[in-house]
Design a protein around this ligand. Structure first.
Ligand code: MLT
Length: 316
């Protein structure tokens, strides 16, 4: 039996096919990385499996009208899949949570360095012919407190890097145990305490009904004045208008983000406007895991996972 697979986002196809070849099932792979939501709705019935990244939305309607047996997220976050519908329809959902954690943590630290040491601003000002070192005076990491909300795979990697930079690291996590935190030289605290104490804040949480707008207006107003924030998780973890106000008032001294509620980002987006007005805002187009080696290993893993899944059905 030939299994039909749709690849609906950009992935490393050579690596994906290497993974597929590790199994026995015969598959036909169609690659449509630019497919629109409407086109996807029109053809989804023809497929047994789909491989996708953050651009593809597997909403209840799409899943209900499909004959999918499995859906493989080439990445970590599953917020673009309606998991409840997938479960009800018996569609197996897989992701690759282990493969990008170090690189997303590297990205997070790089953005924090850029925010606090004005690296991008310095580069751009020199290109404009300026030599203004006073304007570019930064803020030190040493002895400062980094607050990590979510001490999972990525959060733990960030903690490791932050300790190497001489920071004190505190974290809030609803699942992690004291023993785990101690092993990683992290002090677990309540969320209100973390928000009050952090000089730098980073979030590493999945987006779900519990974490949606977790950092609401009240919590944002309780942040330490002058805090620097990096968001490489999801924009919807924040009450966005309240965050923008906090940036404008100076309560948030810098905000760097890779993730947006609507992607690709519109050129008139508020954060772009703030950055152009000179606020310490840095934006990148969802590149936290955009690393050659990571994308290769994720694609290979997806190929392996999908073919193993179909192989397992043959045995039934
Ligand atoms: C993820 O959840 O894995 C990230 O958002 C990265 C991505 O899709 O590129």
């Amino acid at each position: 039996m030939i299994r039909r697979i749709l690849v609906s986002d950009r992935i490393d196809l050579d690596a994906f096919m290497e993974g597929v070849k590790e199994g026995n099932s015969t598959v036909q792979v169609d690659v449509r990385p630019e497919i629109s939501a409407e086109e996807l709705r029109a053809i989804i019935k023809d497929y047994d499996g789909i491989v996708f990244r953050s651009r593809t939305k597997l909403d209840p309607e799409l899943l209900t009208n499909s004959n999918l047996l499995c859906a493989i997220r080439a990445g970590n976050g599953l917020d673009n899949v309606h998991l409840e519908t997938a479960r009800r329809r018996g569609i197996e959902v897989f992701n690759c949570p282990e493969l990008s954690k170090e690189d997303v943590a590297d990205y997070t630290m790089a953005m924090l360095v850029n925010l606090t040491r004005n690296i991008i601003k310095a580069h751009l000002s020199l290109l404009e012919g300026k030599w203004d070192r006073d304007m570019l005076t930064g803020s030190s990491f040493k002895h400062k407190t980094l607050g990590i909300v979510g001490l999972g795979r990525i959060g733990t990697e960030v903690a490791l890097r932050a300790r190497a930079h001489g920071m004190k690291v505190i974290a809030h996590d609803i699942e992690k145990m004291e023993e785990y935190a101690q092993k990683h030289n992290v002090r677990l605290v309540s969320l209100p305490e973390l928000l009050r104490q952090s000089d730098f804040l980073t979030l590493h949480l999945p987006l779900n009904t519990t974490t949606h707008r977790l950092l609401n207006r009240e919590k944002i107003s309780s942040l330490k004045k002058g805090v620097y924030i990096v968001n490489s998780s999801r924009e919807q973890l924040f009450d966005f208008p309240a965050l923008v106000e906090a940036i404008k008032s100076g309560q948030v001294a810098g905000y760097a983000t890779d993730v947006f509620e609507e992607e690709p980002l519109r050129s008139e987006h508020e954060l772009i406007t703030l950055a152009k007005q000179g606020y310490n805002v840095l934006v990148t187009p969802h590149i936290g895991a955009q690393v050659v080696e990571v994308q290769q290993s994720i694609a290979r893993d997806c190929g392996k996972k999908i073919v193993q899944f179909f192989d397992s059905l043959e045995k039934i």
